[in-house]
Ligand binder design. Structure first.
Ligand code: DC
Length: 224
């Protein structure tokens, strides 16, 4: 069974996807990490980000590996033998990733890898276009939302845990900017699939959201 979880930046997709995968005994894939890792690679090769051809060329020779912690299901992101798990969450990568993910040739290549990953069977896959483009046949589709203010608050808390203080208003501005680019791009824009369950996460705990998502998954399993 494929469980597709989509939603805008900082809507809690990764945390929920991992929790749901753990409960279901499934593997999970963070497709945003793939676009981020490619952005990191383009930065390290000093590519001109306004040149789609240069970006697509980087994608051609790009190989990404995930190393899974069997207990937490947390993944290390490895590119060219280097652990770049932390680097791909930097503000620099976050501000450029929407440019990279707009390039159709890049999407085509990464979507191919995402489909190959799901061949193993039961998986939770999270991103922006999973229920619409990558797996339109997914048995369960979830679309997570939260207001930009709530999402900025969550991101700020995540940074604080790492000892980094960032202004919430600036974070909210960046989130709204990224939402805009992600949802207005030509290629696979961020939209809710018609048959996706809308889950609003405002004022809900992670456990409450995970429970709601699991309810849809278990219902699907029962009806099969
Ligand atoms: O989920 P995230 O914030 O880590 O994703 C980073 C960026 O990657 C996001 O701004 C848009 C892009 N992305 C995408 O275009 N398609 C996906 N399936 C996943 C992410």
């Amino acid at each position: 069974m494929i469980i597709a979880i989509d939603g805008p930046a900082a809507s809690g997709k990764s945390t929920i996807a991992r929790l749901v995968a753990k409960k279901m005994g499934y593997d999970y894939l963070d497709t945003g990490a793939m676009y981020r890792a490619l952005t990191w690679k383009a930065l390290s090769e000093k590519v001109d980000f306004s040149d789609e051809k240069q970006l697509a060329n980087i994608a051609k020779k790009f190989k990404i590996f995930f190393e899974t912690d069997p207990k937490t299901l947390k993944k290390k992101v490895i590119v060219e033998d280097k652990d770049i798990t932390k680097e791909i969450r930097s503000t620099k990568v976050s501000s450029l990733v929407s440019i990279v993910s707009k390039v159709p040739a890049i999407r085509q290549m990464l979507v191919g890898e995402q489909r190959a990953f799901a061949k193993k069977g039961n998986v939770v896959v999270e991103g922006r276009d999973i229920g619409t483009v990558v797996f339109p046949q997914a048995e369960v589709k979830i679309f997570l939302t939260a207001t930009p203010a709530e999402r900025a608050k969550r991101r700020q808390q995540e940074f604080l845990k790492k000892g980094i203080k960032i202004d919430k208003t600036a974070l909210e501005r960046k989130i709204v900017e990224r939402d805009h680019i992600d949802s207005t791009r030509q290629s696979s824009p961020l939209v809710k699939a018609q048959d996706a369950h809308l889950v609003n996460t405002d004022n809900k705990t992670v456990r409450e959201v995970a429970r709601e998502v699991l309810k849809y998954c278990l219902k699907e399993l029962k009806e099969r």
